[in-house]
Structures are given as C-alpha cells and as structure tokens.
Ligand binder design. Structure first.
Ligand SMILES: [Zn+2]
Length: 83
C-alpha cells in the first residue's frame, strides 16, 4: 500500500493499492483505499492544505473512474504489490 503525499506541503493525499512496479500514473477508483484532506473542483484533485493540483479526475462512464496523476505534484512512501 502506498501513502501518497503532496509534494508541496507533505500533507497526506490518499492511500493507494498500487499493483506492479511501474510508475504511479493513474490512480483507479477501486484501488483508492482512503482519501485524506483533498478537494475536487473542476475535475481537479487538489491538496486541501496548499491547493496544489495533484491530478485530473477522469469520470469514465464506460470504464473506471480514475485520477491522472501529475508526477511532479506528489511523493509516496510504502510498497507496491506484486502481480
Ligand atoms: Zn499540499
């Protein structure tokens, strides 16, 4: 499980179950286990503490909702799960 934090203020953003060793590019709704202090406005997921945009929220009616993550706006700790 990864704990994703805002790169600006280090506030926790979410707990995410990342499968595989690849980069964290998209966070799928079903694998987001917890959301912390965030705000979603105009389909942008922001850190509520400092307002930094962490990613774009994609509402996908034919697939799964997810967040396209901005790699420069977050850091994470924790471990990825092997397939
Ligand atoms: Zn922040």
């Amino acid at each position: 499980m990864l704990t994703i934090k805002c790169a600006g203020c280090k506030n926790k953003v979410m707990k995410y179950k990342k499968i595989g060793k690849g980069k964290v590019l998209k966070c799928w709704e079903s694998k987001i286990k917890k959301l912390y202090d965030i705000e979603i406005k105009n389909n942008e997921l922001r850190c509520k503490n400092c307002g930094k945009i962490i990613g774009d929220v994609i509402i996908d009616n034919t697939g799964e909702n997810h967040v396209n993550m901005d790699s420069k706006s977050f850091k994470y700790t924790g471990t990825k799960v092997n397939n």
